[in-house]
Design a protein around this ligand. Structure first.
Ligand code: GCU
Length: 672
C-alpha cells in the first residue's frame, strides 16, 4: 500500500559511505527521559535504520568497543542558547548542546551530513542560529476555504492542524515537527491571521486540552506555539460591547483570558495579530493607534513572558480606483513609523518583505532599519500565493537572500535587513527574527508539489545559517530528498536556481506586480485588480504604464534612508528590475538593455515559456534516476506549468498589444 504521505527530505535512503556506518552502532546519552533528547535518540535510530540498516542501541555508559554517537547537554558551551558543537574523535561523534534543543539540532546536522554522504570523521563544528526567532505562520483554517482548494492554485489547501472543528495532533503532526526541527524552525502559528468562528475559541477552555497536547509535542521539538488572535475578541467571545484598548474592562478581559490560557497550555511563545486590515477590526475602530492595540495584548501576556507579533500589513482596502492620491505602498510606513519607541518591549512588528503583498518582485519594505526603538521582524511567504500556487516551481531562497542582504543604511551606516532583524543593528537578538507564511498542508507531498518542499527546507536552513549560499542549500535538499547522482544534482540545481527568474519573466514585468486573478491569485488577469478596491493599480493606457512613486509622484521613495532614497528617486540609478514599481513609463522608454519597455515585456514572456520547456526536458532526463512515483508527479506538474506559462505569455502579451497596437519586433505570434 502506498504511504499516506512522503517523507520529504527525511526519507533517509541508503547513504553508502561505509566509514560513517561505525558511528551509528550505539547512542550514548545520560538522560533518555527528557522529551527533546528522546526525540534526538529516536531520530538517530530512524536515520541509522534507513541509511545503514542498523538498529543502534541506547547506552548510558561509554561502550567498551565500537563507534558511537554521544549526546550531551553542556550549559557552559560558548554559543547562543540553541547552539551546539559536533566533534569527532577516534570512535566517537560528540554532539553537545547548550540546551537539549541544541543536541537535537546537532543530531539533525550529523544525520544531514550522513545523508548527503559527507564524512563524519574529523568533525569540529560550532553552530548557532543567525536569527533568534525562526517562525512559521500557517494560514490554515478550521474549514478550508473552498475557493482556494484546487490543485493548481492550492494556496490554502486542506489543513495540517484542523479537521471537523477540532485540532489535529497525530503521527503526521509529529513528522511535521521532525521536518521543522531538522531545519531549525522554532515557532509556529497554526491558524490563519484572519481569525473567525471556531478559531476565536483557541483562547478559551473549549480547546485547552487539544492545544496542550499539540504544544507539548511542539515543545519536544523546540517549537514554541504561536496563537493568532482577533483583536475584537472581547466583543466576539467575551460578551463586552467594546474592544477599545483604553477601556479597563477590555484590559481586564485580556488579562484574565491570558492568565487562564497560560495556566492551561504550556509553551506559548506569543500571539500573532492582524488588525485594521482587510476588514479585520483593530484599534483604529476606537480612534486609537497601532501601539495602543499592540501594548494592550503585550501587557496582558508580559507576566508569562509572551511576545506580541503585531503585523504591519495595515492599509485601506476600500480604495476608489479613481483616487490617484492614495498609494497603498506607503501605508505600512505611514501607519507605523511615527510610533517608533511607543511599543512595549515584548512587541515585535512583523513586516512583509515588500510594501505590498508578496509579489514576485518588490522593493524591500521601507520600515526595515527606520525604526530604531522598535523590534522588527521580517515576514516572507513560502505559500506561493502569488508565485505559482502548487503548480509553478519558484524556488524563493535566492529572493530571500536578496532581501536579507539589502542595505537599509540604518543608523547612517551599512546595516542589512539581516542585521536589523538578526538583532545586530539595534542590539536586540532576543527580539529578532524572521517568519514565513507556511506552505505545508494536508497534501500527501506536504506542499502540494514535491519540489515546493525545497522552499520550506531552504527557508529553515537559511535562517539557521544566513551565510549559506542558495546553491549549497539546494544541493543538500536534492541529495537528501532524491539522490546524489550527478545528473539529478545538475538538472535540479539549474531548475531551482533559475526558477524564480523564469516565473518573473512570464508573471509581472519590472516590479509591476498584480497582473493576476483576484481571490485565488493564480493565473493571469491583467485588469482584474484595476477597477477594484485593493489599491493595486498599474493604470496602463495606450502609451504608458505604472505609478510614479518618486518625490515627483506619491513620494514613496522618501520613506527610505539615504542613499536608498536617492537611488530609487533617480531613474538612472533605480534598479532596472524595479522600474515599473517606482516609475510611470512610456512603452517606448529604452531600458539599459537597449530594449524598450514593451519589447522587454514581449521578450520576457516568450523567454519564460522557453525556460519552462527546458525545465520539462531536464526533468524528463531524470526518468529512472529518481523514484518513479516522484518522477511522474513532478512531470505532470511541469506539463501543467508549461501550459499555464503559455496562458501567462499569451494573455499578457495580447493585453499590451491591444493597448498599444505595436507588434513584436521579433514577429512572433501575439493574438489580436
Ligand atoms: C493577502 C491574502 C490574504 C491575507 C493577507 C494578509 O492579501 O490574500 O488572504 O489575509 O494577505 O497577509 O493578511
Amino acid at each position: 500500500m502506498a504511504e499516506a504521505y512522503t517523507r520529504a527530505w527525511l526519507n533517509y535512503g541508503p547513504a553508502g559511505r561505509s566509514e560513517n556506518t561505525e558511528y551509528f552502532r550505539t547512542i550514548l546519552c545520560g538522560n533518555q527521559e527528557n522529551p527533546v533528547l528522546k526525540n534526538a535518540i529516536e531520530e538517530i535510530k530512524t536515520g541509522a535504520g534507513g541509511m545503514y540498516s542498523l538498529s543502534p542501541q541506547w547506552a548510558a555508559a561509554k561502550p567498551e568497543k565500537g563507534g558511537y554517537i554521544e549526546l550531551a547537554v553542556n550549559a557552559d558551551l560558548d554559543t547562543a542558547e540553541e547552539g551546539y558543537t559536533i566533534k569527532t574523535d577516534d570512535r566517537r561523534v560528540l554532539i553537545s548542546g547548550k540546551r537539549e534543543i541544541g543536541v537535537l539540532y546537532g543530531a539533525f546536522h550529523v544525520l544531514r551530513l550522513a545523508a548527503t554522504k559527507k564524512s563524519l570523521a574529523g568533525l569540529d563544528i560550532k553552530k548557532q542560529p543567525s536569527f533568534r526567532w525562526r517562525l512559521l505562520n500557517h494560514w490554515d483554517t478550521f474549514a478550508p476555504p473552498a475557493i482556494r482548494d484546487n490543485s493548481d492554485s492550492s494556496a490554502l489547501a486542506g489543513s495540517l492542524f484542523f479537521e471537523n472543528h477540532g485540532i489535529i495532533c497525530n503521527d503526521r503532526t509529529r513528522d511535521y515537527c521532525r521536518m521543522l526541527a531538522s531545519v531549525g524552525i522554532n515557532g509556529l502559528a497554526m491558524h490563519n491571521v484572519n481569525v473567525y468562528n471556531d478559531a476565536l475559541d483557541m483562547l478559551l477552555p473549549r480547546f485547552y486540552a487539544e492545544m496542550r497536547a499539540l504544544s507539548t509535542l511542539f515543545e519536544s521539538y523546540g517549537i514554541g506555539m504561536l496563537i493568532s488572535l482577533n483583536f475584537a475578541s472581547p466583543v466576539l467571545i467575551g460578551g463586552l460591547e467594546t474592544a477599545d484598548p483604553r477601556n479597563e474592562r477590555v484590559q481586564a478581559w485580556w488579562k484574565e483570558t491570558m492568565d487562564r490560557l497560560y495556566a492551561n497550555v504550556p509553551n506559548i511563545a506569543g500571539f500573532v495579530v492582524k488588525a485594521d486590515s482587510e476588514g479585520v477590526q483593530g484599534p483604529f475602530d476606537y480612534g486609537r493607534t497601532q501601539a495602543d492595540g499592540a501594548n494592550l495584548i503585550a501587557r496582558a501576556i508580559k507576566p508569562h513572558g509572551g511576545l506580541v507579533f503585531w503585523r504591519c500589513f495595515v492599509y485601506n482596502s476600500t480604495q476608489d480606483w479613481r483616487d490617484t492620491e492614495t498609494d497603498r505602498a506607503k501605508s505600512g510606513f505611514d501607519n507605523f513609523h511615527p510610533l517608533d519607541g511607543k511599543f512595549d518591549d515584548n512587541v515585535i512588528l512583523q513586516i512583509k518583505n515588500g510594501p505590498q503583498d508578496f509579489q514576485i518582485r518588490e522593493p524591500v519594505h521601507p520600515l526595515f532599519g527606520t525604526m530604531e526603538h522598535t523590534h522588527e521582524m521580517l515576514e516572507f511567504q513560502l505559500l506561493q500565493e502569488y508565485t505559482g500556487g502548487a503548480t509553478h516551481v519558484c524556488w524563493l531562497i535566492p529572493e530571500f537572500k536578496e532581501v536579507l542582504d539589502f542595505n537599509t543604511y540604518a543608523l547612517g551606516k551599512d546595516n542589512t535587513v539581516a542585521d536589523v532583524v538578526g538583532g545586530k543593528t539595534f542590539k536586540d537578538y532576543e527580539k529578532s527574527g524572521v517568519v514565513a507564511v507556511a506552505n505545508a498542508n494536508s497534501s500527501s507531498t506536504w506542499c502540494g508539489h514535491d519540489i515546493h518542499c525545497a522552499n520550506l527546507y531552504g527557508y529553515g536552513r537559511l535562517l539557521f545559517d544566513a551565510s549559506l549560499t542558495a546553491e549549497e542549500i539546494a544541493r543538500d535538499w536534492i541529495v537528501q530528498t532524491l539522490s546524489d547522482h550527478p545528473q539529478v544534482v545538475k538538472n535540479l540545481l539549474h531548475i531551482l536556481l533559475t526558477s524564480r527568474t523564469t516565473y518573473e519573466k512570464y508573471n509581472a514585468p519590472l516590479g509591476l506586480g498584480w497582473l493576476c486573478n483576484n481571490v485565488v491569485h493564480y493565473g493571469p488577469g491583467p485588469d482584474v485588480y484595476e477597477y477594484d478596491r485593493w489599491g493595486t493599480y498599474h493604470r496602463a493606457n495606450w502609451e504608458a504604464i505604472g505609478i510614479d512613486r518618486t518625490s515627483r509622484g506619491t513620494a514613496y521613495t522618501l520613506e527610505y534612508n539615504e542613499p536608498n532614497r536617492s537611488t530609487f528617486d533617480n531613474i538612472d540609478t533605480c534598479p532596472q528590475e524595479l522600474l515599473l514599481f517606482f516609475y510611470r513609463l512610456r512603452y517606448d522608454y529604452v531600458l539599459k538593455s537597449g530594449k524598450n519597455v514593451l519589447q522587454h515585456i514581449y521578450d520576457t514572456h516568450f523567454e519564460g515559456v522557453e525556460d519552462v520547456e527546458v525545465f520539462l526536458k531536464e526533468w524528463d532526463a531524470l526518468e529512472g534516476l529518481v523514484p518513479e512515483d516522484f518522477f511522474k508527479r513532478v512531470q505532470q506538474k511541469f506539463k501543467n506549468q508549461l501550459a499555464h506559462s503559455k496562458e501567462w505569455r499569451d494573455i499578457i502579451n495580447t493585453y499590451f498589444y491591444r493597448r498599444t497596437g505595436i507588434k513584436d519586433a521579433g514577429g512572433r505570434k501575439i493574438y489580436d
